[in-house]
Design a protein around this ligand. Structure first.
Ligand SMILES: Nc1ncnc2c1ncn2[C@@H]1O[C@H](COP(=O)(O)OP(=O)(O)OP(=O)(O)O)[C@@H](O)[C@H]1O
Ligand SMILES: [Mg+2]
Length: 247
C-alpha cells in the first residue's frame, strides 16, 4: 500500500473505512478507535445524507429509502477524503456532525489503555494521522470510496441480531427532522438494500454466512459476528490489529 505523505511535515494520512450493515457496530467501534489512535479524526457518512426532502421514495413500500446511494452525497464525501491526502489540506474538511453522542462506557478502560499502549509501541515513532470513515455504504459496486480508502474494514453480522438491535433503537437524527422506522422497515427495506449492495463481496452472494471474496480483489477485511457472544471489545481488538498490520 502506498500512503501519500505531506512533504513539509512528513505526516502520513491513512484513511480507514469502517463499514457494515445498519446496527453492526460501526459508529461504536469507530469512536473507540478514534480515542485509541492519537490525533485521529472521525467522519460519519451519515452526515452526508441529503436534505430530508431529497431522500428518494421506495415506491413499492411507499416510504423514503434512506438506504440507497442516492440518499447520500457520496461525491462530496469522496472529495473531502481526497483533499485530506493533499499537503496543506484543511485538517478537517468535513461537514458538522449531527450524530448523537454514544454512551462513554462501552469498553473496559483497562482494554483501552492496553490498546493505546500497543498502538504507541507499534507506530508511536511515526507521524501518522488516521482518518476513520464510519459508513454503511462504502464498498458497494461503483463506489468511488473503494479507491480512496487505504484500509477497508467490514463487520459482517447475521440478520436476527441486526434486526433485534435496529428495532431497539429510537430512531435517527436527520438534517431536518428525526426518523423513526415504520413497522417492517428493517426487513422490507434496510436488509434488501444491504443484500443488493454487498452480495458481490461474499461467496455465493451470502452476506450473512458467506466467506468474503473481496479480500483479494478489493482489499476488504471482514470480521464476522454470528451471535450476541461477540462483544464490541472483540471487534475493537480485531480492528486495531488489522490497522496496525496495514500501516
Ligand atoms: N458487538 C456488539 N455487541 C453488543 N452490542 C453491540 C455490538 N456492536 C454494536 N452494539 C450495539 O448495537 C447498537 C448499534 O450500534 P452502532 O450505532 O455502533 O451501529 P452502526 O453500525 O453505527 O449502525 P447504523 O448504520 O444504523 O448507524 C448500539 O446500541 C450498540 O451499543
Ligand atoms: Mg452508525
Amino acid at each position: 500500500m502506498t500512503i501519500p505523505s505531506n512533504i513539509e511535515s512528513e505526516e502520513k494520512v491513512v484513511l480507514v473505512g469502517i463499514s457494515g450493515p445498519s446496527s453492526s457496530g460501526k459508529t461504536t467501534v469507530s469512536r473507540l478507535l478514534t480515542g485509541i489512535f492519537p490525533g485521529s479524526i472521525l467522519i460519519h457518512e451519515d452526515d452526508y445524507y441529503k436534505d430530508d426532502k431529497d431522500i428518494p421514495m421506495d415506491e413499492a413500500l411507499g416510504e423514503q429509502n434512506w438506504d440507497c446511494p442516492e440518499a447520500l452525497d457520496i461525491t462530496l464525501l469522496s472529495q473531502h477524503l481526497k483533499s485530506l491526502k493533499h499537503p496543506n489540506a484543511d485538517p478537517q474538511p468535513k461537514l458538522p456532525s449531527i450524530q448523537p453522542e454514544s454512551p462513554s462506557s462501552v469498553a473496559d478502560p483497562a482494554l483501552i489503555k492496553q490498546l493505546k499502549q500497543k498502538v504507541h509501541n507499534a507506530v508511536g515513532h511515526e507521524n501518522l494521522r488516521l482518518v476513520f470513515l464510519d459508513g454503511f455504504l462504502l464498498y458497494h459496486e461503483g463506489s468511488p470510496l473503494v479507491e480512496v480508502l487505504d484500509v477497508k474494514l467490514f463487520l459482517q453480522v447475521t440478520f436476527p441480531l441486526l434486526k433485534q438491535r435496529r428495532e431497539s433503537r429510537e430512531g435517527y437524527q436527520t438534517k431536518d427532522s428525526f426518523w423513526v422506522d415504520p413497522p417492517g422497515y428493517f426487513e422490507k427495506l434496510v436488509w434488501p438494500n444491504y443484500v443488493q449492495q454487498h452480495q458481490h463481496m461474499f461467496d455465493k452472494g451470502d452476506v450473512e454466512n458467506g466467506r468474503c471474496v473481496a479480500s483479494e480483489t478489493l482489499g476488504i477485511d471482514v470480521f464476522s459476528i454470528k451471535n450476541e457472544g461477540t462483544g464490541i471489545e472483540e471487534v475493537l481488538k480485531w480492528a486495531v490489529q488489522q490497522i496496525l498490520e496495514s500501516i
